[in-house]
Design a protein around this ligand. Structure first.
Ligand code: GLN
Ligand code: ZN
Length: 777
């Protein structure tokens, strides 16, 4: 029997972000529902045809989504919280997009970066909570389930899309999210409730769905259960057995391909191979070591789908290496598929659109389309012998070898320097108590010093000037003059309202990672390498292909200019090594930890140059430190060790009296508080406004010794907080921590807000700090 070539999912945003355009026109009222649905339909058809033309045996359907596949599932099974039900029929776009984005009373002002345009006649409901899909940078909408939840098949999206493809003459394998993973991703609507306890009520809905898919003509269905790579307790494992036994018993004539990805099955292997399903997909990119165990344990009649092409990264596959590993399995097993490791949702669509990449680097890359070409080639080699595709394999081998040997990848100077680094580089010259005394003497700040996180509004004017400069319509001098004016205005205004520690405003930055990546060696940038982050939001992650170094200072001129305008201290403002790593496509030819250390050294150089230029405070943002945590807890400590060390390597070169700040945009610290402490930043600013300071408990109970700025102003909302509210939050913080430890600042940077919101909010914030200082608050 041949080895079949399959895909698990394709990016749905469109190679030119057609879906984004269509969604945003619809939301702004410029385009009709029909226009949006028409674009969606065209995108699906083009995607199916393209995959067929590439020679795939198994093409997925149902992997499309107007916003998010988890939301699709929630709506499909009728998990629509009561809040959204009055907005329309359960299957309507009104309900769907309200769950996705919330609605705003028609006249409400909203400066939110992704804009809420579509009016809903006065209804004002919040969106569902959003969080990261496993360890990716894709965000899904979190289902919310309570004990009264009852399920019913509310939409038949997978069936409709299967039929749609069939009408085009394409027989697809529908993709759905499995019931156990979906329940495990849900959050309880009330404390103590276990969403998994709803499994019994949910299963009949899945049985009905699967039966309908079979009746529509599907022979296989891909059912995604990535939760099988997590640490599972007995209850979750039992839920898998219950669910799949039920499907085996109640749905006949349909084969299920149980898809696992983002890691190895580990302790769940016995559970997975014991389920009564026809097929099992395993991720051999993230967990190559599981191949033998999976093949050894899988019953002979279980179809195995081997994920051999990386669905999470942009590198060309070493085809010979894959063939060497897979050919022996193919010789022994009759039922075999090859596939990407996971859905291709997480990589850009098509490398052919990149016309500006260095051709040497471009030759090492494969985006979605190219990954499917690789799979087709692997299929031919496995089925027809390597000779049948000898030329293509030779070309692949040449490019793999070229990358390995390229001087672009290895910089001897970077390696020599890293070899010199010893543990001493990651330790400040004095303990915190000594440092803070020296810093206080120099900075002479009042108690409860006020500051902001770095960015000020990226207004239409700022974005317009940047775009004009990018296009060449505005020359360097003109752009520079524009940015200087913005910066000066920001400095003057901060002085005027009485902030204690100022920022330059980050007007010159397109993005907190891209701005640095563009100035570092070893980074490449795409023109159209968009990856969906959530809904219509896409990001274009930098590609780290080689050893990282910093040819010249990146931020010193802007800092120096800003500081020249004022007597008050202006913070140097940098993005940390872990965050730069986490928001990039990272080279796969060395451990992530090694790449992170290289970035750390580059940032260290910048920190020291800022200090030499006179900066008394340098802030190193590590927004993504927490999201880098591995999926399995047993792997956490190893990650935290190298991540914290990278931060320390970046920050520890300075003198004791130079104050290092860091910033993190989230509030769950309980489980990583030791690592946060180990970073040994002099001051950390965190998000707390929405949680009413309760989240400071982690810092209080662990007796966190360094200084903290708990955000008192929720920048994610257009609301302007009153001085009273902020005084209240400050007092709550003061009950948990020493007042002399506390700073006063917003939750995060202000770039997504408008000046009309920022001005009064910060005036109120300064007033609140003064009132609490004076003991009158
Ligand atoms: N300094 C950055 C800013 O203010 C930090 C942003 C972030 O952490 N997300 O925009
Ligand atoms: Zn932040």
């Amino acid at each position: 029997m041949p080895v079949y070539v399959s895909n698990l999912g394709f990016p749905r945003i469109g190679a030119r972000r057609e879906l984004k355009t269509a969604l945003e026109s619809f939301w702004s009222g410029k385009a009709t529902r029909e226009a949006l649905l028409g674009t969606a339909k065209d995108l699906r058809a083009a995607t199916w045809r393209r995959q067929q033309a590439l020679g795939l045996d198994i093409v997925p359907s149902g992997d499309f989504s107007l916003y998010d596949q988890v939301l699709d599932t929630s709506v499909m099974v009728g998990a629509i919280p009561a809040l959204y039900r009055p907005l329309g029929a359960p299957e309507s776009l009104d309900v769907y997009f309200a769950m996705a984005r919330g609605t705003q009373a028609a006249n409400a002002e909203n400066g939110c970066a992704h804009g809420h345009g579509h009016g809903h006649g006065g209804a004002d409901v919040p969106a569902q909570e959003m969080t990261k899909w496993f360890d990716t940078n894709y965000h899904y909408l979190v289902p919310e389930l309570g004990p009264l939840q009852r399920f019913a098949l509310t939409t038949t999206k997978p069936v409709d899309e299967f039929r749609e493809a069939k009408a085009l003459g394409i027989h697809t394998r529908p993709v759905i999210i499995g019931p156990v993973t979906w329940l495990l991703l849900a959050k309880p609507a009330q404390e103590g409730f276990e969403p998994l306890s709803l499994l019994g009520d949910l299963l009949p809905v899945y049985v009905e769905l699967l039966s309908r898919l079979r009746d529509a003509g599907a022979d296989w269905v891909q059912i995604d259960e990535p939760a099988l790579v997590l640490d599972l307790d007995d209850a979750a494992r039992a839920a898998f057995r219950t669910a799949y036994a039920e499907f085996a018993e109640r749905v006949s004539g349909l084969k299920l391909m149980l898809a696992t990805y983002f890691g190895g099955l580990g302790d769940n292997l016995e559970t997975a191979v014991g389920l009564p399903v026809a097929g099992l997909h395993v991720d051999l990119v993230r967990a190559p070591e599981q191949l033998d165990a999976v093949v050894g344990k899988a019953p002979a009649n279980l179809t195995l789908s081997l994920g051999v092409v990386d669905g999470r990264n942009v590198w060309k596959t070493d085809l010979a290496a894959v063939l060497d590993r897979i050919a022996p399995v193919a010789a022994r097993r009759t039922k075999l598929l090859i596939a990407p490791s996971c859905s291709l949702l997480h990589v850009p669509v098509d490398l052919d659109l990149e016309t500006k990449l260095d051709p040497a680097v471009k030759d090492w890359l494969a985006f979605g389309v190219q990954k499917l070409e690789e799979l087709a080639l692997l299929g031919k080699a496995l089925n027809g012998g390597r000779e049948s595709v000898g030329e293509a394999l030779a070309a692949n081998a040449a490019s793999i070898a070229a990358r390995r040997a390229s001087p672009l990848v290895r910089d001897p100077a970077v390696r020599a320097r890293l070899a010199e680094v010893d543990a001493g580089w990651s330790v400040r010259s004095a303990p915190f108590a000594e440092r803070i005394a020296a810093q206080r003497a120099i900075l002479a700040l009042p108690p409860l010093p006020t500051t902001t996180i770095g960015s000020f509004p990226q207004t239409a004017a700022v974005r317009k000037a940047r775009a004009a400069h990018g296009k060449g319509d505005l020359d360097d001098a003109g752009y520079d003059a524009f940015l200087r004016e913005e910066t000066e205005r920001a400095i003057r205004w901060q002085e005027e309202i009485g902030l204690d520690v100022l920022v330059h405003g980050e007007f010159e930055r397109n993005d907190m990672v891209q701005y640095f990546g563009e100035q570092l060696s070893g980074f490449a940038f795409t023109k159209a390498g968009w990856v969906q982050s959530y809904g219509s939001r896409c990001v274009r992650p930098p590609i780290i292909y080689g050893d990282v170094s910093r040819p010249q200072p990146m931020t010193v001129d802007w800092w120096r200019y800003a500081q020249s305008l004022t007597e008050k201290p202006v913070k140097g403002m940098l993005t940390g090594p872990v965050t730069i790593l986490q928001w990039s496509f990272v080279r796969d030819d060395q451990p992530r930890a090694d790449t992170c250390r290289q970035i750390a050294l580059a940032i260290r150089d910048e920190v020291l140059d800022l200090e030499a230029a006179g900066a008394k405070i340098v802030q190193i943002d590590e927004a993504a430190l927490r999201e880098g945590l591995p999926l399995c807890r047993t792997d956490w400590q190893k990650y935290l060790d190298w991540a914290v060390d990278a931060f320390r390597l970046a920050s520890s070169g300075v003198r004791s009296e130079t104050q290092i700040h860091t910033h993190m945009c989230y509030s769950e610290f309980n489980d990583i508080i030791a690592a946060i402490g180990a970073m040994d930043a002099d001051v950390i600013s965190i998000e707390t406004a929405r949680s009413k300071m309760e989240l400071l408990d982690a810092f209080a109970t662990s007796a966190y010794p360094n200084e903290i700025g708990p955000g008192v102003y929720d920048i994610h909302s257009p609301r302007i907080p009153t001085p009273g509210e902020m005084q209240h939050l400050l007092r709550a913080a003061g009950e948990r921590l020493l007042v002399r430890q506390l700073w006063v600042n917003p939750d995060c940077g202000l770039k997504t807000r408008g000046w009309d919101e920022v001005r009064p909010a910060l005036v109120n914030m300064v007033e609140a700090a003064k009132a609490v200082r004076a003991g009158t608050g």
